[in-house]
Design a protein around this ligand. Structure first.
Ligand SMILES: [Mg+2]
Length: 378
């Protein structure tokens, strides 16, 4: 078989998976009962298969699979999987009317991830190495938790966080912004006391605030607990307030988890709206676009700490000098995607061991896909 035949894309299929949460879980601005995931598999002439996946929201994850089937797959069939740059440009250009952000950009993202996964597998290399790894055996991870659950007070929060520190984590994150200011202050102080002075404490407001005075007033209450960053204080579209808050608080502002495309990230960077970008490769336009954004951020001295999906982002952080943290969910209470993976990442002293098997280093557990699928592969 010649090279062209080997890399020729012969099949692209998508599917929607819906996994209920065992306990309804709340953030500042919303409650989640189940998770939809858009998944894709892409095969080439040599039989190598790449996979991709993204969060498809609380409901309506079918939009992502539909975008793959209707808009993207027809453009990919017969092309070379090695042309990641050319394919990205073509897919982006061809979906301009429906795309640029949201479900269609998530669809483009997961197809792009599947291409990179396929190519790394075909080369027999772990994805991190295929992307030019920095040589680290492990990458730092922070334990992401501290959600609001019915009946969970500061004491239970403190217990949860102390458990992460005992497990070796040097950084933990909690949700903020849902309760009254005084109750929230007590909660954050309990968190700091539970983890001690030497563990980093990240705060995630999930777009809770709509104006600067409110944010400043609350940050004054939070600052004595020495937070490492304040995440998504405002709506992602409210770049001006992110920039204004960044000028007024000593706490680093982090955002970007639902931001797509290099152009919007450029705006965040030039307006100095964030010191930490949490760009998610399964949202922003795939691995190709994530790398462009990371390179631009490096020029601004901005660090990337990508949003969830540790199975994916462990590779990107391991291959990117200005990426530092992988967000890690110690259980599947909130991020239940791990139920779909046939292999779990290894954790060592609060750091994630970079997988050494080809591609992403795991495949979908087909039985789990069947169990939670909303539709069939097509
Ligand atoms: Mg977040």
């Amino acid at each position: 078989m010649d090279d062209a035949r080997r890399s020729e894309i012969t099949r692209v299929e998508a599917r929607t998976i819906r996994i209920p949460l065992e306990h309804p879980t709340s953030f500042a601005t919303r409650q989640v009962l189940s998770r939809d995931y858009g998944v894709v598999r892409l095969r080439t002439g040599d039989g190598t298969e790449g996979i991709g996946f993204c969060y498809g929201g609380n409901r309506g994850g079918e939009l992502v699979a539909a975008a793959v089937r209707l808009l993207l797959a027809p453009l990919l069939l017969g092309k070379s999987a090695l042309d990641t740059e050319g394919l990205w440009s073509q897919l982006y250009q061809d979906t301009l009317l429906h795309g640029r952000a949201g479900s269609v950009m998530r669809a483009l993202s997961i197809v792009d991830i599947a291409l990179w996964d396929r190519n790394a597998r075909a080369a027999g290399l772990p994805l991190s190495r295929y992307l030019g790894a920095t040589g680290q055996a492990t990458v730092p991870a922070y334990a992401s938790g501290g959600y609001y659950l019915a009946g969970k007070g500061p004491e239970q929060l403190a217990e949860e966080l102390a458990g992460y520190v005992r497990a070796g984590f040097r950084a933990v994150k909690i949700k903020v912004g849902r309760l009254e200011p005084r109750a929230e202050e007590v909660r954050i102080r309990a968190a700091r006391e539970a983890i001690g002075d030497d563990v980093l404490l990240m705060l995630d407001a999930n777009n809770a605030w709509s104006d600067l005075p409110t944010a400043l007033e609350l940050m004054k209450r939070y600052e004595p607990s020495n937070p490492y960053w304040i995440e998504e204080p405002f709506s992602p579209d409210d770049i001006e307030n992110h920039a204004a808050l960044a000028r007024r608080t000593p706490v680093a502002v982090a955002t970007g988890e639902i931001e797509a495309g290099r152009w919007r990230h450029q705006e965040l960077l030039t307006r100095r709206a964030a010191a930490i970008l949490q760009t998610d490769a399964a949202v922003c336009g795939g691995i190709s676009e994530w790398r462009r954004i990371a390179a631009a951020a490096a020029g601004f001295g901005v660090t990337l700490a990508p949003h969830w999906f540790h199975d994916l982002h462990v590779h990107l952080v391991a291959a990117t000098p200005n990426a530092r943290w992988v967000e890690y969910f110690p259980d599947d209470q909130v991020l239940n995607f791990r139920r779909l993976a046939d292999r779990q990442l290894e954790l060592r002293d609060g750091a994630l061991v970079v997988p050494q098997t080809p591609g992403l280093g795991f495949r979908f557990d087909e039985a789990a896909l069947e169990r939670y699928a909303v539709d069939a592969w097509s």
